[in-house]
Design a protein around this ligand. Structure first.
Ligand code: NAD
Length: 277
């Protein structure tokens, strides 16, 4: 029978990339609340420092490491500093990802845009995973790696094909590396969010007073995501509750993925037509 210990992260050391903002910050704070020692690996020094200070104020243990995960040398330093401070690594959340330059479609995009997309959405997943694995393998006690993908990896994203392609690569990598690492009891899974309130997705700015009420119809569960929704799934994937889950992608969409192109009208009836007649 499972006990409360199954959800505890006591004694575990977790690195959360982009751990000082949005879903990453919620994950850092929640991991600490569940007992983990958390390394906040974050490019923004202010956010990094503040998140660690907040965790410590709540009685948690955390380390601020200002890191640009697009830079392999900085990723190596991040891992070295983690080992120096805490002696081990049990959990890695490859949370960083962004739609930089993704929104104007492919025809108008440039090689520099594609390279930026690669660096921010996929390259660092390889760097961080590769740098952490020797430690997890040497420790011999398994581990959990959690990658951020998106609902856009599972449907066409008309304005951002390169973003969705690299997030699709995150899914493929997650599945394949999970097979390679099963022998070491290292689990690798992904989280696939739909629109979630965060730093880069400032939903309240793009909902006008006239459209705000439509949020309830947009998503089957009646609201957009919250960083805590993401953190909850991350705790599940980091803890022993998911001991037999690997190579999986957890759909975090309030039912939007199940709904496909179907939306509930304000009158309660469902439609898949962009123009109502
Ligand atoms: N919010 C959404 O609606 C949504 C939807 C689908 C997928 N996602 C994915 O979820 C993940 C988290 O997204 P979010 O919306 O919470 O992001 P966010 O923009 O709110 O926060 C990202 C954090 O990462 C930091 N960061 C940015 N570049 C970095 C770098 N190179 N190195 C280290 N830190 C860096 C930022 O400073 C910030 O604190 C991303 O991978 C994103 O693609 C988000």
């Amino acid at each position: 029978m499972l006990t409360r210990d199954a959800v505890s992260l006591n004694g575990k050391v977790a690195i959360v990339t982009g751990g000082g903002g949005g879903c990453g910050k919620a994950t850092s704070q929640t991991f600490a609340a569940f007992g983990a020692k958390v390394v906040v690996a974050e490019i923004n020094a202010q956010r990094c420092k503040e998140t660690v200070a907040e965790i410590k104020k709540q009685g948690g243990d955390a380390l601020a490491l200002v890191t640009d995960v697009r830079e392999e040398a900085q990723v190596k330093r991040m891992v070295e500093e983690t080992i120096k401070q805490y002696g081990r690594i049990d959990i890695l959340v490859n949370n960083v990802g962004e739609m930089v330059g993704a929104k104007n479609g492919f025809v108008a995009s440039t090689r520099a845009d594609w390279e930026a997309q690669h660096a921010i959405n996929f390259g660092h997943v390889l760097y961080c995973t590769h740098a952490v694995l020797p430690h997890m393998i040497r420790q011999g006690q398994g581990g959990s790696i959690i990658n951020a993908t998106t609902i856009e990896a599972f449907r066409g994203y008309p304005d951002g094909p390169v973003y969705s392609a690299y997030k699709g690569a995150v899914v493929s990598f997650t599945q394949s590396i999970a097979l390679e690492l099963g022998q070491h009891k290292i689990r690798v899974n992904a989280i696939s969010p739909e629109t979630t309130r965060s730093l880069q997705v400032d939903i309240d700015k793009w909902l006008t007073p006239e459209t705000k009420h439509l949020e309830a119809n947009w998503i089957p569960l009646g609201r957009f995501g919250d960083p805590d929704d993401y953190a909850g799934v991350a705790v599940f994937l980091a803890s022993d509750l998911s001991a037999w889950v690997t190579g999986a992608v957890i759909d975090l969409s309030g039912g939007a993925r199940a709904g496909g192109g179907w939306f509930k009208r304000p009158n309660g009836k469902w439609t898949q037509r962009p123009v109502l007649s």
